[in-house]
Design a protein. Structure first.
Length: 81
């Protein structure tokens, strides 16, 4: 799962222009690191492409993914199934 976290963190830092020089931790919310809803959508598309999974759009509505760690756990579950 650490590989997933490292990939997500690196992708946030390199692909989302508003994020600069922040040490991302698993318990950070998207808002804490400056990722807005458009950034989350961009990140989800990149995740789907990289991991060859489909992210259920309902998770964005019901707030079940509230932190970077939650997102990594979700990716790990999808990749493992």
């Amino acid at each position: 799962m650490m590989d997933i976290f490292n990939w997500v963190s690196r992708t946030i830092m390199t692909e989302l222009d508003s994020i600069k020089d922040i040490e991302i931790q698993p318990n950070n919310s998207f808002a804490e690191i400056g990722v807005d809803s458009i950034g989350v959508m961009t990140l989800f598309v990149l995740i789907e492409e990289h991991f060859n999974i489909e992210i259920d759009e309902a998770i964005m509505i019901d707030d079940s993914i509230s932190s970077i760690g939650d997102l990594c756990s979700y990716i790990n579950e999808k990749v493992s199934s």
